[in-house]
Design a binder for this molecule. Sequence first.
Ligand code: NAP
Length: 348
Amino acid sequence: MAGEGEEMVKNKQVIFRDYVTGFPSESDMYISSSSLSLKVPEGSKSVLVKNLYLSCDPYMRILMEKVEANRDFASLTPGSPVTGLGVAKVVVSDHPEFKKGDLVWGPTGWEEYSLIKKPEAFFKIHHTDVPLSYYTGILGMPGTTAWAGFSEVCSPKKGESVYISAASGAVGQLVGQFAKLMGCYVVGSAGSKEKVKLLKNKFGFDEAFNYKEEHDLDAALKRYFPEGIDIYFENVGGKMLDAVLINMRVNGRIAVCGMISQYNLKQPEGVHNLMHIIPNRIRIKGFAAFDYYGQYSQFLDQVLPMIREGKIVYVEDIVEGLENAPGALIGLFTGRNFGKQVVLVAKE
Ligand code: NAP
């Protein structure tokens, strides 16, 4: 029962059913609805937000398993809403740094309204001349990943040869464009003809290929990199990494951003060509986006003008409604998404 003067709203949620092994499916999540009072506990320093856009990200699959407590993120909780990153508007605040109406991006729930106990993890959104959904992608975690992963982890130089796997996705499309702006030769791979066209025609990659049509990945890489690869931006792992290792140039760098081909396997695939690291002096480095969140304002200073001046473009795949969120998330693992996968929950 609501107290006097208390506003009640309906709160639709996407609930995580239970831990997953192997490929996830839509039925690992279900839609539920309850009502919620628009208030926060007094003195709690929490905020209540209305979720506007939710981000579908591959790492969420890893959290569908029961993972060890010492990992960077906690597993999803069976019977509770899916958690992830999103763009939201503050509706009620008991925190001195947030007020009603503030737009924010950061960790939230897959539901219409979320009570956020630690709003300090949010970034406030000050620039709204660009689409708000961009704060799930180019101006959010994937953008920071692409920017820091390329400029800091890859140590790129003008004229170098860059290869990007899962290149049409949230991160890859940006890495390719950053590399082109730096004057690199850029090749990307993706899983369909339409995505290959997108890489070449929209993002300006020098070359692109459909890895699903290549029986011999080594031969494909030799075709596009006859003199070898200086930088590999790793998004998929497995057989692709193996083929890349034998095509790296001396002093090549591999930035290990993700290995999506391995996330649904009960037993990860082995990598056989690691010996090539030695004679070719290859540097392989893993990294995490949030290691670079301290540089977020510097990132915005660089990337916002690029967007405004049309030097960089961003392709999003936006589905409408929480009902369609489970399918959108699962679609990342079959390549159904065409660009950054976003769920529109509510207009501002
Ligand atoms: P995304 O590209 O928007 O979506 C995933 C894409 O991966 C799919 O569209 C699909 O495209 C491809 N894919 C799915 N299964 C595959 C498989 N078995 N083999 C090859 N490709 C497959 O995802 P994203 O957000 O840009 O993320 C890309 C990678 O970066 C992921 O590995 C992710 O975990 C990682 N990541 C890491 C960080 C970090 O902090 N280190 C941050 C963000 C993302 P195709 O149609 O081309 O197959």
